[in-house]
Design a protein around this ligand. Structure first.
Ligand code: ZN
Length: 336
């Protein structure tokens, strides 16, 4: 028996896809939108048809033992069809973004391999679970069957002591950023965040916009400043023209909501994680000052945040009174 977990060209990759889907928390790795199993495909981050020289180069850049193996889980990630089409139409191999995504996939690869091997897929139960997890629910009859009977499986999980709070749900949110316009993204809610949200929305009348407009705008502005600073730095000869950066994706998770009461006042603290990707380009004078060179920059920022809210039950007024990005690590990548 082989213990080699790789993508099999033309073969059955359904277990591999199921494991990737789970480890990427049901999201397309390119646009970060949560998708159903059948809306995602397995993407080769560095395309299968990349040249041998390029694969050797990437192997060196990432300190691998040899050239990159395109079918290794370290080069695989779940992608939605629209993103796959977009990605397939552009040569991204030189883009900085690819290396960040590749490094992330390499970090996940040992878990992908371990989970695929553990799944086994030979027992009757493994086969049934795979079928249930990957069934095409676009078909009306299967969808009805699934909706009717899948909850009893969740009930069995509950009887086994599994914490159903660990199952996330997603809400689509649109916020208005003063400098970047309307931005759509999905917020991932843990079970405890979901319960707290019921209180915040039903009792305090909160909307996602009330809660997130300001904080998301602040996060995006901080990332934008960082992107433009890095792109413009070191250019003392002439000014650079930079475009307004484009938001590639926003991912926001709400992990915990704590609350306390003091008289009429209820204080809520919403905590979670964010991840943002932005890109911008600048035109800069070349060394001789008689021409322009173009640079592209991408920023990835990851961090934790908390938002403090106060609801005054006497006059039914809800205010965001504090917001803090606790840790964040921007990674700025510039390429010609
Ligand atoms: Zn996508």
């Amino acid at each position: 028996m082989t213990t080699d977990v790789r993508y099999r060209p033309g073969g059955d990759n359904s277990v591999l896809k199921l494991i990737l889907h789970g480890l990427y928390k049901n999201r397309c790795y390119w646009c970060r939108v949560p998708k159903e199993y059948n809306e995602l495909e397995i993407d080769h981050i560095i395309p299968r048809d990349a040249s041998k020289d390029r694969l050797a180069e990437i192997g060196q850049e990432l300190h691998l033992a040899g050239p990159l193996d395109v079918h290794d889980p370290g080069n695989l990630a779940p992608i939605c069809r629209p993103c796959n089409n977009e990605k397939g139409a552009v040569d991204y191999t030189g883009h900085a973004r690819i290396l960040v995504l590749l490094r992330n996939a390499m970090k996940l690869a040992p878990r992908v391999k371990q989970n695929v091997l553990r799944f086994g897929a030979t027992s009757g139960l493994a086969k049934a679970l795979l079928k249930a997890a990957t069934a095409d629910l676009a078909a009306q009859a299967d969808r009805e069957l699934f909706l009717m009977h899948a909850p009893s499986i969740a009930q069995r999980l509950s009887l086994l002591g599994y914490d159903l709070d660990e199952i996330s749900s997603y809400e689509t949110v649109e916020v208005a950023s003063a400098s970047l316009g309307a931005i759509d993204f999905s917020v991932e809610l843990s079970g405890s965040a979901r319960r707290a949200w019921v209180i915040l929305s039903d009792v305090c009348g909160a909307t996602w916009r009330d809660l997130l407009d300001g904080p998301v705008d602040d996060i995006l502005n901080a990332v934008k400043e960082r992107a433009l600073n890095e792109l413009e730095v070191g250019d003392e000869v002439s000014s650079t023209t930079s475009e307004v950066p484009g938001v590639d994706f926003v991912q926001l998770d709400v992990n915990h909501v704590k609350f306390e009461r003091e008289g009429d006042l209820f204080e809520f603290v919403v905590e979670g994680m964010f991840e943002v990707g932005m890109s911008a380009s600048v035109a800069r004078s070349d060394d001789r000052g008689d021409g322009l060179i173009y640079l592209n920059g991408e920023v990835y920022a990851k961090g934790t945040y908390w938002i403090g809210l106060v609801w005054d039950s006497a006059d039914e007024d809800l205010q965001v009174n504090d917001f803090k990005v606790e840790e964040w690590s921007p990674e700025v990548l510039i390429y010609p």
